[in-house]
Write a new protein. Structure first.
Length: 618
């Protein structure tokens, strides 16, 4: 903390004496990626892949199934956007080639649909002391499990005992260098334009099999590392992942000071310089302690300090954009953001006088939830849909901003044309994924669905056409269905009808009749499996003498308490043998003592029939 405070004092002195690069604007980017295996599941091979390449642009991320590439900064003029796309393609192709010997592939996806909680273990965390220290520190501050609750088309409520849910998010993070004198004005602009840019860029509607927000990354990341205790949460303390609490008024220092005042230091290093000593030597200090601390507080628009070519500079890093669906889509998103960052300050001297901070923040979360369908409040209180706002107001502004920055005319047409066509067609990456889910045949299991989404995305990414031209998935793209039935968890039923031990047996009988099922699990209020009621048990009850059936009968009176169960990772063949040996018609699936699913004779008969049909076709 002493070093962090010293760095803030050094930064204050540098701002007072104009020790920053000004004049030229530069842009840059960070490309995050997923690695998947031949079955479209996360492939934890990042260590081996990185060991096999010498390109310094490729680096590790939190998960062993993640990669990151740092794209070279370049002057914001001329062919910079086209050069950024070319470098992205170059480095992604290097990663693709390096992944092949490890039987892995690279996918650009905001959230990988095939991720499951079983992938989010500490064993799948990259073996970095920094990551482990971050995990331990945030868990200690939190004082319990991290909790995520997201309401979309489906609902997700889950807890996790480590920060690996953060590894479920991959982004395309873009950087915009600014002068200190214009930082406040441009940072506020970035806060305003982030919402409509995100609305056009959404690509993360599916997580853990649930259809949630158009850009679920936003809600997931906020919960994945929310270290607030119950008491701090009750007081309304902001989380470490935040849009912010108000407009900036005076200086970039406001951001750093607020973060230091609100959040604990969770990482440190022995290699931290004395910044004043560097200033006495006439050199810009690295401010390593401040940068390390800021790396553990996650604003969606982040203030960044850096040193390049012996000169200090400030950047605004926009962290909201998802990876994918294609590289041209990503650069088009960046072009819209950069164009608006260049144009709006010319049109509006101070955006804080034209729109309230609360409306800008509300627009951001509306965009994350609803994408292009979001209703937004714009300057002067005007209410517009995201689509109307982008087409009628923002695209002309972005064009003017890019032209004012002397971006090549052909590139302006190319990238803003992608945005225009995407918005007019109303097909973002998120809407393509949802339409593809709707287009798959009835009866497609969750596992098959999510594998198909990843396989279809991979195939289209390699072609490289922007997402607004993609056709939805079709039945023939489901691939090798056998890979979706290797374990019980891949096809078990999770939408369960259950009863409690104290319920009337009449209720259990009615549920079986109404839902046409032959087995009803019995669970307590905490989800622990307590027994099973079967159709056969009800028949036996009917054959009892009437004297034995007088008065209400509770489920606990006849349920089978000693139940044969399996885990989600039980091989399907083992489950079939177990069911036959035990002479049971169903196998409840239990994890950590709680009921998570069920497989029945009917499920296995369907699986056998599919296997037979496939064998006959072959």
């Amino acid at each position: 903390m002493q070093r962090v405070l010293a760095d803030v004092r050094a930064l204050e002195q540098m701002l007072d004496t104009d020790l920053f690069e000004t004049g030229d604007r530069r842009i840059g980017a960070e490309q995050e990626m997923f690695l998947v295996d031949e079955c479209e599941r996360p492939a934890p091979v990042a260590e081996q892949l990185l060991a096999s390449v010498s390109d310094e642009r490729l680096t590790q991320e939190l998960g062993r199934f993640n990669l990151e590439a740092n794209i070279s900064p370049r002057l914001f003029r001329g062919d910079c956007l086209r050069a950024m796309e070319a470098e992205l393609l170059e480095v992604v192709n290097i990663a693709r080639e390096a992944a092949t010997p490890h039987r892995a592939r690279v996918v650009l996806s905001g959230i990988l649909p095939t991720l499951r909680k079983t992938d989010l273990t500490l064993e799948n965390m990259m073996p970095s002391p920094r990551y482990r220290a971050l995990n331990d520190a945030l868990a200690r501050i939190r004082g319990g499990d991290f909790r995520v609750r997201i309401q979309g088309v489906d609902e997700l409520e889950t807890t996790h005992d480590n920060v690996m849910m953060e590894s479920c998010n991959t982004s395309f993070q873009i950087h915009f260098q600014v002068a200190p004198s214009e930082f406040v004005r441009l940072y506020n602009v970035s806060q305003v334009v982030t919402a409509p840019v995100l609305a056009a860029a959404t690509n993360s509607p599916v997580f853990l099999g649930r259809r949630l927000w158009n850009e679920t990354r936003i809600a997931l990341f906020m919960g994945a590392i929310d270290a607030r205790s119950a008491a701090r949460h009750a007081r309304g303390q902001p989380p470490r992942v935040t849009f912010g609490t108000s407009w900036l008024r005076d200086s970039v220092l406001e951001i750093y000071r607020e973060q230091i005042a609100r959040f604990r230091v969770v990482l440190s290093s022995d290699d931290l310089e004395d910044p004043m000593e560097a200033l006495r030597r006439g050199e810009p200090p690295s401010l390593a302690a401040l940068r390390l601390f800021s790396g553990t507080v996650y604003r969606w628009n982040r203030a960044c300090y850096g040193v390049s070519g012996g000169k200090a500079h400030l950047r605004i890093e926009n962290r909201v954009l998802p990876a994918g669906p294609t590289l041209i889509d990503e650069v088009a998103n960046a072009a819209l953001f950069f164009g608006l960052m260049s144009a709006l300050p010319e049109e509006h001297a101070d955006v804080t006088k034209d729109i309230s901070f609360e409306d800008a923040k509300d627009n951001f979360f509306r965009a994350a939830r609803h994408g292009l369908d979001a209703q937004m409040t714009w300057f002067g209180g005007e209410a517009l849909s995201a689509s109307e706002l982008i087409l009628d107001r923002l695209l002309p502004l972005a064009r003017a901003g890019l032209e004012r920055s002397e971006i090549d005319a052909g590139d302006v047409d190319r990238y803003l044309g992608v945005i225009e066509d995407r918005v007019k067609s109303r097909q973002t990456g998120a809407s393509w994924l949802i339409r593809s889910i709707q287009a798959l045949p009835a009866g497609t299991t969750l596992e098959m669905r999510d594998r198909s989404l990843v396989a279809g995305t991979l195939e289209r990414q390699l072609i490289g056409d922007p997402v607004h031209t993609w056709k939805p998935l079709h039945a023939e793209e489901q691939g090798d269905w056998r890979e979706s039935y290797r374990t019980v968890g891949q096809f078990m039923s999770t939408d369960l009808f259950t009863v409690r031990p104290e319920d009337l047996i009449d209720l259990a009988a009615s549920v079986m009749d109404w839902e046409h099922i032959r087995h009803v699990p019995v669970e307590d209020d905490e989800g622990h499996l307590r027994g099973v009621i079967s159709h056969r048990m009800l028949l036996r009850l009917l054959t009892r003498p009437s004297a034995d059936r007088s008065g209400p009968i509770a489920v606990r009176d006849i349920m089978k308490e000693k139940v044969v169960t399996v885990r989600p990772d039980t091989p399907t063949l083992d489950a079939m043998h177990l069911m036959r040996r035990a002479g049971v018609g169903c196998l409840p699936v239990v994890e950590d003592g709680r009921l998570v699913g069920i497989i029945t004779e009917h499920d296995l008969i369907q699986l056998s029939a599919t296997l037979l049909e496939s064998a006959l076709r072959e």
